[in-house]
Design a binder for this molecule. Structure first.
Ligand code: HEM
Length: 472
């Protein structure tokens, strides 16, 4: 075996022009190293720099030989690339066919060295999705999707099932955590303009995931069959009746009857079980799209020369975020499990009694405020459509040549204004429809669209003009 490797190495080395070039330069006493080798040396650290050229060549030769032998043994020409695969043994678990995906995307993935803790919110969103799927599967083992039993089966889970209270509180609060993580993840993307070329697909897939999340959370909230479940479902599904001509037929089709009833609850349960798996699939495509061009970074500049492997560096950093998140999540689950919910949902659904205020969960309030800011049903639905159209179009509306808000002082201010605007919309969403809340909501809604449709495209052009005038 050794003889075979030796023959292989001695056969391949003379075919490497830059190494031969280096050998001839060193033997002729020249101090300038050829370019490819200089690049290699710069990655080796100070001890390497102190070595003599001969020692360096020996070391490089050994490393190259190791790599070629490994490539030869694994029949994998990809190993001839600069990057070393994790795990050196042929039989290492990580070198098995299916797991090379894990190796490529979670271990060897080259991440920019300067990413900050805001880059941990993607993996935190993934953790939330995992928690929701895991707890949801166990909850479904004890839940009954029937109008006469749904509310009682949830109470049965809370009181009789071993650990059922924990499963339910993890799932109910997990939905809120998921939205908190995803909203921070999105605002990180807005601040550092991670959505612009070449990451348009990453952003647009994210918007699709957000839509699917909203749908999943909405139908999930109907399942406990409390007052808010029933009336929330009635109000939101009725919005479809605003569609001209076919609106009423669509509502009847959605309900599976002439009101929100057993058929509605059954189909919502079925879809609520299905959609998270579609979100999981979409998240994998989202990450695949990201890994095609690599992550953005706080400077927004091309980071291809300054990268580190995901494991262990980013992993350890993410671990800090994951543990902190665990603490944050636990505070809600163990000390304030109903803080984020509405007390009316502990009253069984009653189609004969409408609650005084029908409010959605906190994470829908900003969209709900935009919906209500137009005093016309169809107009409200159109406004929601426009919100998602703006988000989808964002990568193509952006005209700035610079990504990060760190170098765009006006954009930075607009970013904070947009965040404040969304918080105001959230506050308006839980207020009754009366003066001055209606007017404040209308102004905040208009501002939301002005940000995306006017400020984003214009600001980039103004910045370009200003920088050209400075240069001339
Ligand atoms: C289930 C929900 C989601 C999951 C599990 C998820 C997961 C991830 C992960 C793991 C990353 C890489 C790490 C990071 O940059 O944080 C990422 C990046 C990214 N995500 Fe998401 N994401 C989700 C939803 C969204 C949404 C709703 C959007 C925006 C509408 C979005 C936009 C982005 C962008 C633009 C990047 C690239 C960031 C960069 O390179 O700087 N994601 N996502």
């Amino acid at each position: 075996m050794k003889a075979k490797n030796k023959a292989f190495v001695s056969g391949i080395l003379p075919r490497l022009p830059f190494l031969n070039d280096l050998i001839s330069k060193v033997s002729s006493g020249s101090n300038t190293l050829p370019k490819p080798m200089e690049m290699l040396l710069s990655q080796k650290g100070p001890a390497y720099d102190l070595m003599s050229n001969e020692d360096r060549i020996q070391m490089e030769r050994k490393e190259l030989a190791k790599r070629f032998v490994k490539a030869d043994n694994l029949y994998d020409p990809k190993l001839l690339q600069d990057r070393e695969k994790t795990g050196s043994k042929r039989l290492s678990v990580l070198n098995q066919p299916g797991l090379s995906l894990v190796t490529d995307h979670l271990i060897d993935y080259p991440a920019p060295i300067n990413i900050n803790y805001f880059w941990s919110f993607g993996s935190l969103a993934g953790i939330c999705l995992g928690v929701q799927i895991a707890t949801g599967i166990f909850l479904a083992m004890h839940y009954t999707p029937h109008v006469d039993l749904a509310f009682l089966s949830v109470e049965h889970i809370m009181r009789d099932v071993e650990g059922g209270w924990l499963l339910r509180y993890l799932h109910a609060n997990g939905a809120s955590m998921f939205f908190i993580m995803v909203y921070i993840h999105m605002f990180r993307g807005l601040y550092y303009a991670s959505y612009v070329s070449p990451r348009e697909a990453v952003w647009c897939l994210g918007v699709v995931i957000l839509l699917l999340m909203i749908l999943t959370a909405f139908i999930g909230y109907v399942l406990p069959w409390g007052q808010m479940s029933f009336w929330g479902a009635t109000v939101i599904t009725s919005l479809a009746s605003a569609i001209p001509v076919v609106g009423n037929s669509i509502v009847t089709w959605l309900w599976g009857g002439f009101s929100v009833d057993n058929a509605t609850l059954n189909r919502f349960f079925s879809l609520h079980y299905l959609l998270p798996f579609i979100i999981a699939g979409a998240s994998i495509v989202h990450i695949a799209a990201l890994h095609q061009y690599g992550s953005n970074n706080p400077l927004g500049l091309d980071a291809s020369v300054d990268k580190m492997s995901f494991y262990p560096y980013c992993f350890v950093k993410d671990l800090v975020a994951w543990v902190s998140f665990g603490v944050f999540f636990s505070v809600f689950v163990y000390f304030a499990p109903n803080f984020l919910g509405h007390p009316d949902n502990y009253i069984p659904a009653n189609p004969m009694s409408t609650p005084a205020h029908i409010v959605p969960e906190w994470y829908f309030l900003w969209v709900y405020a935009i919906l209500r800011s137009i005093p016309n049903k169809l107009g409200g639905v159109a406004a929601i459509g426009l919100v998602f159209a703006c988000l989808l179009a964002l990568p193509f509306l952006q005209t700035s040549e610079v990504r990060s808000s760190l170098f765009r002082p006006i954009h930075k201010k607009l970013f904070w204004l947009l965040l404040a605007d969304c918080l105001i919309l959230g506050w308006i969403g839980m207020k009754p429809v009366e003066t001055p809340y209606v007017e404040v909501g209308q102004i905040a809604s208009v501002y939301f669209f002005v940000h995306f449709l006017v400020f984003v495209p214009i600001l980039g052009r103004l910045e370009a003009k200003y920088s050209r005038s400075l240069a001339s």
